[in-house]
Design a protein around this ligand. Structure first.
Ligand SMILES: Nc1ncnc2c1ncn2[C@@H]1O[C@H](COP(=O)(O)OP(=O)(O)OP(=O)(O)O)[C@@H](O)[C@H]1O
Length: 682
């Protein structure tokens, strides 16, 4: 190799000629690229890699079930793989076997090798329809990671129906070619009539807490209350997240691209690829919201004959057409391609998983970014639950001026979702998190330091549903900061915050009125006795007492105070899609709160309550709710029929409007078969 001499006479590094450089040029396969850059796919450290593998497999199972119209039953099993016989503690283990089984439609035999061992191969990338998966990378990347770290192939069992045979495959990726290598392919006996089971062996680390597999599954259950999820932890524990919503989300429709959403290059490509014979036909047929009349109008404005063959349109004419399209008023894209979670299901999920005193949910109307329709949803769970709230405050040291109570300094927790999938990493890069920070929570009665999260026992839920979620990277961890998206999230959070503000203000006012009333009530006995003495014992004391109690009540807010404190069973007035939990019972969307136990009755005993709760969101587990009464306005109250029983009885009981149902404690079986008392609200 020629070496150049520097001016000082020393020999420099070898010089390479263009020919030599040319000889080194090589195509890079997508698998090779992602092998080197696996951090881009969420495999940057063993703990995160374990989560990414679970996430990709579960997302696919849920997508497949929903698309096939099947209520998903998904099992996730994490097992420790040891080299020798000595058992290893889960936190010390470095290798895991992940098995995810679903009851979905299965995968046809011919497709299995490419689905699991070829990057950028999938059914979702090219269509405009909401789904968890988008890119066609996820599960094959997880398989590739397993292959890279343990050398083991992906094992797949799939069956497309009870009459079809179950097929077992072992596949790996040929990373040089990005093509599958099939090591095993046979028919087997499988106990499931239909579905798919994927087994991956990977290097990983299991640690509970924030951004763990446990947290991800818990959050998945919040946003997907129609899913029944069973999780077998590496510790050998089985947790079940029961189905609390028995309807599938409405199936999203596939739509065509909106003209505003495409870039010039994409238009050129579409003109070449279209099956339409004329430009007008192309515009009306290949885009949504373009009628034949509008297509003709656009052609006219672009000075292009509507009958021109699309392939004959020259780049210059195409550019004029592109500008014309952008300048034309076109209806926003249809939104039936998106399936939001919905206020009821969000409330149900939050109520099921998080102990609190106030819950609310907001679904915004559809909006559009870059031609892609999207919907933002927000939810709030506030408080620690009435049991915690009722606990006597610890004798505390007097607070200095401006100093907060202990729980006040606890920051809110934000749980983020994209197309129903929890996002656990890169929080600060996410548009949802930025919107939470920029919301002025002080306006809603919550303390907040400048540029910080609001303080208090609060969980803030944000969901973006779209046909294409703009993630900041292929690992799909944070949503990019488009102005339209940011604005919608802010509006949803403001509405949820406004409702929280109403609840807090009302509760504060009512509590102080109630204290005042108690003081009046205390003196009524004394006053009546004194008056009676003055009148020589001839006073109708009971009547006077009753009158004085009435006055005390009306002077301290009357029924309104009782309502705000949850003492009447009336719903939270002026707070739509909300639940208020008080020591007396629940108010508002009581039907939602009742759905969990009903669901439980249909499925084996859940073990959720047995799992360790996270510090800021203690899990509710299964709870028997005993809402009190229907208000005189005809609001319904739910009757609990006993522990774990079906709780579908909703009856309007206007006559009982002031009688609180007695609450009992009844024993209930846990998953392990031991009796556990149900929660008692009083
Ligand atoms: N359990 C399953 N049941 C049915 N089909 C499946 C299952 N798992 C994967 N598939 C099919 O395999 C394809 C590839 O899955 P993969 O996870 O690689 O990509 P994706 O889900 O399309 O997108 P992303 O990379 O964003 O996750 C899916 O599009 C789906 O059609």
């Amino acid at each position: 190799m020629p070496r150049k001499k520097t001016q000082a006479g020393a020999t420099s590094a070898p010089v390479v000629t263009a020919v030599e450089m040319g000889a080194r040029q090589r195509e890079i396969s997508v698998s090779e690229f992602f092998t080197k850059n696996r951090h881009l796919l969420g495999f940057d450290n063993p703990r995160k890699a374990l989560l990414t593998c679970v996430k990709e497999a579960v997302d696919n199972s849920l997508d497949a079930c929903e698309e096939a119209g099947i209520l998903p039953d998904v099992t996730v099993k994490l097992e420790i793989v040891t080299a020798g016989q000595t058992p290893v503690a889960p936190s010390q283990a470095t290798r895991f076997r992940i098995t995810v089984t679903d009851n979905g439609p299965g995968i046809v035999r011919q497709q299995i090798p490419r689905v699991f061992a070829k990057l950028l191969y999938g059914s979702k990338f090219h269509r405009m329809r909401m789904s968890r998966g988008q890119q066609g990378i996820g599960i094959s990347a997880a398989g590739m990671y397993g292959q890279l770290t343990t050398g083991k192939p992906v094992k797949v069992i799939s069956r497309t129906g009870p009459r079809a045979a179950a097929h077992y495959f072992e596949v790996q990726i040929d990373t040089k070619k990005n093509e599958p290598l099939v090591h095993e392919n046979k028919q087997i006996e499988w106990h499931q009539p239909q579905g798919t089971e994927v087994t991956l062996e990977v290097e990983g680390r299991y640690q509970k807490g924030r951004a763990s597999v446990d947290e991800w599954l818990e959050q998945t259950s919040i946003a997907n209350p129609h899913v029944r999820l069973i999780y077998q932890t590496p510790e050998g524990e089985t947790k079940e997240y029961p189905r609390s919503y028995h309807e599938l989300p409405p199936s999203p429709r596939e739509i065509k691209p909106h003209p505003y959403g495409i870039e010039f290059g994409a238009l050129l490509k579409m003109l070449q690829d279209t099956k339409s014979q004329t430009v007008a036909g192309f515009l009306a047929g290949d885009f949504c919201r373009v009628s034949p009349a509008l297509a003709e109008e656009m052609c006219k404005a672009a000075k292009l004959s509507p009958n021109t063959k699309p392939r004959d349109v020259k780049p210059q004419a195409a550019e004029v057409l592109y500008k014309t399209i952008q300048a034309t008023k076109i209806m926003a894209p249809p939104t039936n391609c998106i399936s939001p979670i919905g206020e009821k299901a969000i409330l149900s999920g939050l109520y099921k998983q998080i102990k609190g005193e106030f819950y609310t949910a907001v679904s915004r109307p559809p909006a559009v970014y870059r031609g892609y329709p999207f919907i933002i949803e927000a939810g709030l769970a506030f408080g620690k639950g009435p049991e915690e709230a009722a606990k006597p405050q610890q004798a505390s040291v007097p607070l200095a001026e401006g100093e907060d109570q202990g729980h006040e300094s606890e920051l809110a927790r934000v749980i983020r979702y994209a197309n129903r999938v929890p996002l656990l990493y890169q929080q600060s890069a996410c548009s949802t998190f930025k919107a939470v920070l920029s919301t002025t929570w002080r306006n809603y009665g919550v303390t907040q330091s400048r540029g910080a999260l609001p303080a208090g026992p609060m969980v803030i839920f944000v969901h973006m549903a779209s046909v294409w979620v703009p993630f900041t990277s292929e690992s799909k961890e944070a949503i990019a900061d488009y102005d339209e998206i940011q604005k919608e999230i802010t509006l949803a959070l403001r509405e949820a915050g406004r409702r929280l503000g109403i609840f807090l203000r009302r509760r504060e006012r009512a509590a102080s009125e109630f204290r005042r009333r108690n003081i009046f009530d205390l003196y009524i006995e004394e006053v009546v006795a004194a008056c009676n003495r003055l009148k020589g014992g001839k006073l109708p004391t009971e009547k006077l007492k009753e009158q004085l109690h009435k006055i005390a009540s009306s002077r301290t807010g009357g029924v309104k105070t009782d309502e705000a404190l949850g003492k009447t069973g009336a719903g939270p007035e002026g707070l739509p899609h909300s639940i208020i939990v008080t020591a007396e019972g629940i108010e508002g969307e009581t039907e939602i709160a009742q759905q969990s136990p009903a669901a439980d009755a249909a499925s084996p005993p859940p073990m959720l309550a047995d799992s360790t709760p996270t510090s800021k969101s203690p899990r509710r587990g299964r709870r028997v709710v005993k809402p009190t009464l229907a208000s005189a306005k005809g609001k319904v109250a739910a009757k609990a029929k006993g522990a774990g029983g079906q709780q579908e009885m909703f009856a309007a009981e206007p006559t009982q409007a002031r009688k609180a149902a007695p609450r009992k404690t009844s024993p209930r079986k846990t998953s392990s078969g031991t009796a556990r008392p149900t929660r008692k609200r009083t």
